[in-house]
Design a protein around this ligand. Structure first.
Ligand SMILES: O=C(O)CCC(=O)C(=O)O
Ligand SMILES: [Fe+2]
Length: 283
């Protein structure tokens, strides 16, 4: 494929059509080299200086939500990134709300044991019978996530992998049977800076790397909810400077508070929690 073709196949329209048809889209070069250098330095410093902020390996990956708390304004620029956020808004019908933001790191040593099971990311309401996708949204999604590769993902590396159009099925086996010939597992490989935007109820996994992988994989994960969706998690928290920002757009974007966020704000913010949150009843 010549260069022009590659670029042409990633036009805004083609990205959105791909998402509509398959439940995900790849956005190459979403992050610049400068942004990658900044984020990788930040992650390396955090791993060294604040190991307590990182959880123990889960399926081979350590992870942290701590960088948002430490660098709220800087991270907000990635959370509402000029390249990807317009796509997020489009697939969420202009209703995007912050849901979750974290970094993960798989070392080269753990690459081959970092495989996850195929799964869907489902909100609490989804687990008690709520619809896990929106049949009236041409882009399917009630939530969407962007995974950014912060390191090159080669054939040997752990790779994010999806089954297109699998969001309506109760299990991966059902997806296999009903999709038949159309069933495929697509591992995403690409340069550092590649972003994958996906409907979170499309079956997906992290494929493990090979035993001789010398790279591992580093990622930034950013989940978005919709104004009309229930909060995705019951634990994500947002720093005061964003959640109580004087800027209306910012405050609105960070307004989908989880129960834990209400508690966090009550116990840590300098300003009072807005009265419309059930601050008294949260233990
Ligand atoms: O790290 C990956 O490639 C996938 C992560 C994922 O699906 C999850 O944490 O729910
Ligand atoms: Fe997932």
């Amino acid at each position: 494929m010549d260069k022009q073709k590659v670029q042409a196949s990633h036009s805004r329209e083609e990205i959105l059509t791909h998402y509509k048809e398959k439940g995900f889209a790849v956005i190459p070069n979403a992050l610049s080299q400068e942004e990658l250098d900044y984020l990788n330095k930040l992650v390396e410093a955090s791993l060294q200086q604040n190991p307590e902020l990182w959880h123990q390996p889960q399926d081979g990956a350590v992870g942290t939500v701590g960088l948002l708390e430490m660098h709220p304004l800087e991270m907000d620029r990635f959370i509402r990134h000029p390249v990807t956020f317009p796509f997020v808004q489009e697939v969420l019908l202009g209703e995007a709300r912050f849901a979750q933001f974290d970094f993960r790191d798989v070392t080269a040593e753990r690459a081959s044991s970092s495989e996850m099971r195929f799964h869907r990311d489902i909100s609490y309401y989804g687990t008690i019978g709520g619809k896990i996708y929106d049949p009236e949204n041409p882009y399917i999604s009630t939530y969407t996530c962007v995974i950014y590769y912060l390191s090159d993902v080669h054939d040997c590396c752990p790779a994010f992998c999806l089954v297109p159009n699998s969001h309506t099925y109760e299990s991966l086996d059902e997806a296999k049977t009903k999709l038949g010939e159309a069933y495929e597992e697509i591992p995403i490989r690409g340069k550092a800076g590649t972003a994958v935007l996906y409907n979170i109820t499309t079956y997906h996994t992290r494929k493990g790397g090979t035993v001789d992988c010398t790279h591992g994989r580093r990622t930034m994960h950013n989940y978005h909810s919709r104004a009309s969706s229930y909060p995705l998690t019951n634990w994500a928290t947002v720093p005061e400077v964003l959640a109580l920002s004087d800027d209306h757009e910012t405050r609105l974007f960070y307004s989908q508070w989880t129960p834990n966020q209400i508690k966090f704000a009550r116990d840590n913010y300098t300003r009072p929690v807005p009265a419309y949150y059930p601050v008294q009843s949260i233990k």
